[in-house]
Structure formats: C-alpha cells, structure tokens
Write a protein that binds this ligand. Structure first.
Ligand SMILES: CC(=O)N[C@H]1[C@@H](OP(=O)(O)OP(=O)(O)OC[C@H]2O[C@@H](n3ccc(=O)[nH]c3=O)[C@H](O)[C@@H]2O)O[C@H](CO)[C@@H](O)[C@@H]1O
Ligand SMILES: O=P([O-])([O-])O[C@@H]1[C@@H](O)[C@H](O)[C@@H](O)[C@H](O)[C@@H]1O
Length: 390
C-alpha cells in the first residue's frame, strides 16, 4: 500500500502512473453495464478520454447495451456489445475471453458485480489480470434488498480473484476492508471531473434563488426530502425554485415524485429538464446545487461537477461526500433523510449566514487541486502499471 501526496482527508493509496508516455499504448477493456449514463458511466467515459495520456487505450464492452453508447463523449474508444440475458449469464465470459485474446487487451476492468463475474471468467480463461472498480457499497446500493444481497454474493465471489480493487472514496475502501479485502489489493482513486477552461464570474444571487439537482432519479437519491425541504422554505417566505436535471429510473418512481409535488403544491416551482448530455450548461443556471442522497453513494460525480462549475453545493453526509466537501468551507453538509435539517442548511446560504462567494471560491480551488479527471486517470493508470509491473 503506497501513499501519494494529497491531504490527510483525501488519502490516496496508489502510486501515480509514470508520465513518460510509451509510444505504443497498452489496451484495457472496460466491462460495463451500459444501460444508463450515470455516475459510473461518467467515470468510464472520462477514463476513456484521459487514459491515453498515461499509456493506456480504453475499449468498452456493454453487457446491458443502452444509453451509454449514445451519450458518451469518448466516442473514439471502440465499443462492443455482449448482452447478458440475466445476471448469471456466464456464457458471455467465454465471448469476453475470445475478445480479450483477439484484441490483445492487457487488463480487464469491471465496474459492477455482474461484470466482475464475467471479468473473473475471462481472466481465468486468458490469464489477463482483472481490476474491479468499486463505485458504491453493493450491500446498500439500491432499495431492493434481494438484489443487493444477490449482487453482494456475486461481487464477493468475483473479487476474490481480482488483482486490485479501485475504490472511489476512502469510505468505500473502509467498506471493502470490513468485508475482508486486504490493503494489498485495495487502491483508492477518487473520482474526478474536468476542470473548466474558464469559469464565468457570478454575482451573489438576489431575488428568487434557483436550487438545482442532477441525478438519475431513483429512491436512494432522496428527492422527496428535497421537496419537503423546499415546501418548508417556501412556507418561511423564501423565494426559491428547483431545476431538476436527469431522467427517472422508472415511470413508477416518477409518478410517486409527481404526486408528492402535487401534494406539496410545488408544481409551479419546479422545472423538469430531463436527461441532458450538457450538464455543465445546467450547473450554470443554478445558484445552489443540492444532492439529498439517503445512502449508497461512493463519491458522487455531480458534487464534483458542481464544484468545478463554481456552483456551491449542499449535500448530505453519506459515504465519500465529506471527502470532497468540508462543511462551511467547500460546501454545506446536511443530515441525510432529514428535511428540516436540509432546509436549515439551505436557509443558512440563502440568508448569508454561510458565505456563498467564499464557498464558491474554495470549492473551485479544491476541485482543481484534487478532483480532476486527469488526476483520476493518473491514479487508475497507476493501478494498471502496478499489476502489469511496469
Ligand atoms: C448510488 C451510487 O451508486 N452512486 C455512485 C454512482 O453514481 P450515480 O449514478 O448514483 O450518480 P453520480 O452523481 O455520481 O453521477 C451522475 C452522472 O450522470 C450525469 N448526468 C445526469 C443527468 C443528466 O441529465 N445527464 C448526465 O450526464 C451527471 O453529470 C453525472 O456525471 O457512481 C459514481 C461514480 O463512481 C459514484 O460516485 C456514486 O457515488
Ligand atoms: O444489478 P445490475 O442489473 O447489474 O445493475 C444495476 C446497475 O446497472 C446500476 O447502475 C446500479 O446502480 C444498480 O444498483 C444495479 O447494480
């Protein structure tokens, strides 16, 4: 276990990749689900873009082909489909192994429990090492206990054979340690997002504040809690609106949320933007970004994206969020699943008790220093270097 020079609260356990880029890039295949374009997919996309700087070229294999192929930015990376008919469709491991041999991949990199299972099989058949990226704690990844349980069993079986686990936050590394993974197989590479070439100046908002949130909306994101907090703030006379960016995971969940909006009489205060490829254009239209997650995060990309955009963040204290944000300095932290507390913390910014301008400046600097996409790719390439003994 090695340590790079980053602040104590952002400990990184990998040796960064060497920067002298070899002429011929080594090939890595990212085995991904691919049905959504959300946090894990943003990480994969950004790795596709940035890894060549550190000597690696990425390809993608999608086992649940869908949104990723059309929404990704790194469209120079080859993409293949190996659709799994169900989560135990291990036959695709043989097809993945054939692809690994044909394309001469040096590393197989899996991102979900089901892809870890295929990676394990393909690694066994080819002798090519595999890496597993831990994006969230599988045992509390969704509101479906049975799915969480099955996924955790699959993950436990598969990762026993992984050369390295790449955890996106210290909190997830702690979680994997608690499941018995030794430090020798744990790397921490914090998520990262691109730095803006120039962040436009912004004035302290006056009049109506636009709150914003960005997610693939599913129950663990806690949108209901934000709606309750908004109703509370409106009752206390604050002029606020919400800009909600992203798709709903299911029509049922969308119906539940819209019913809550109706009950709280918030219909006229919310703009539903839906899915967009250009999230940065959205952050620029928000005065305060709110992520009310309940549980199950790793290190949310939207928090880092908002910091990079200079839009102050209010987020809940779940998993790795506090590794990016220090309360009252680089953002605001609220208790999860507590609408009253969330409302109080938002109100502190609206009333100037917390300094919007100072938070914006501190967050911009913190993002640039520790949470760029380039730093993330350097960390991941360092893991590959380590297992390939480069
Ligand atoms: C519960 C869970 O598993 N969370 C993890 C998951 O992210 P999860 O998918 O939950 O959410 P994140 O906030 O990390 O990312 C969402 C991503 O989708 C993008 N987006 C969203 C809406 C839209 O319209 N367009 C769009 O492009 C956002 O810009 C962002 O990049 O993987 C991330 C990557 O390791 C982790 O950090 C999260 O903690
Ligand atoms: O379980 P599964 O069908 O492979 O896939 C799902 C993933 O695609 C999704 O991104 C994740 O957030 C879910 O909780 C679940 O793990």
């Amino acid at each position: 276990m090695s340590q790079a020079a980053i602040p104590t609260e952002v400990t990184q356990l990998v040796t960064p990749a060497k920067t002298d880029v070899p002429v011929k890039l080594a090939k890595v295949v990212h085995v991904i689900n691919g049905e959504h374009y959300s946090g894990a997919e943003r990480v994969q996309d950004l790795l596709g873009k940035c890894l060549p700087q550190f000597g690696y070229e990425a390809s993608f294999v999608c086992v649940k082909p869908g949104k990723f192929a059309e929404a990704r930015a790194a469209d120079q990376c080859p993409i293949f489909d190996l659709p799994m008919r169900h989560r135990f469709d291990l036959w695709q491991a043989k097809n993945l192994a054939d692809r690994v041999k044909e394309e001469q991949f040096s590393v197989i990199h899996a991102h979900t429990p089901r892809t870890a299972m295929l990676a394990m099989g393909a690694s066994y058949l080819t002798g090519v090492p595999f890496v597993y990226h831990v994006h969230s704690p599988t045992s509390r990844d969704s509101t479906r206990p049975w799915q969480n349980w099955v996924n955790q069993k699959i993950e436990q079986t598969a990762i026993a054979k992984a050369s390295q686990l790449v955890c996106v936050s210290n909190s997830l590394a702690g979680h994997m340690r608690s499941l018995g993974v030794g430090d020798n197989r744990l790397s921490i590479v914090h998520n990262g997002v691109p730095q803006w070439t120039e962040v436009p100046e912004r004035e302290l908002p006056s009049g109506t504040w636009t709150l914003g949130t960005v997610a693939l909306f599913r129950p663990r994101k806690g949108l209901e809690v934000l709606l309750d907090a908004m109703a509370d703030l409106q009752e206390r006379g604050h002029l606020i609106r919400l800009r909600a960016v992203g798709p709903f995971e299911t029509p049922e969940y969308e119906a539940t949320i819209l019913e809550r909006v109706r009950q709280l009489k918030l219909e006229d205060a919310i703009d539903w933007v839906g899915f967009t490829r250009d999230v940065n254009a959205q952050f620029s239209q928000m005065d305060l970004f709110v992520l009310p997650s309940l549980f199950g995060e790793g290190l949310p990309m939207v928090v880092l994206e908002s910091m990079a955009a200079g839009t102050p963040v209010v987020a809940t204290d779940v998993e790795g969020v506090t590794e990016a944000i220090t309360d009252g300095q680089s953002g605001i932290i609220a208790k999860p699943n507590d609408a009253q507390h969330l409302a109080q913390r938002i109100e502190a910014v609206l009333t100037g008790r917390e300094d919007w301008r100072q938070i914006r400046t501190t967050a911009l600097a913190r993002h640039a220093e520790y949470f760029s996409d380039v730093a993330m790719a350097r960390g991941v390439a360092g893991v590959y270097d380590q297992i390939l003994d480069k």
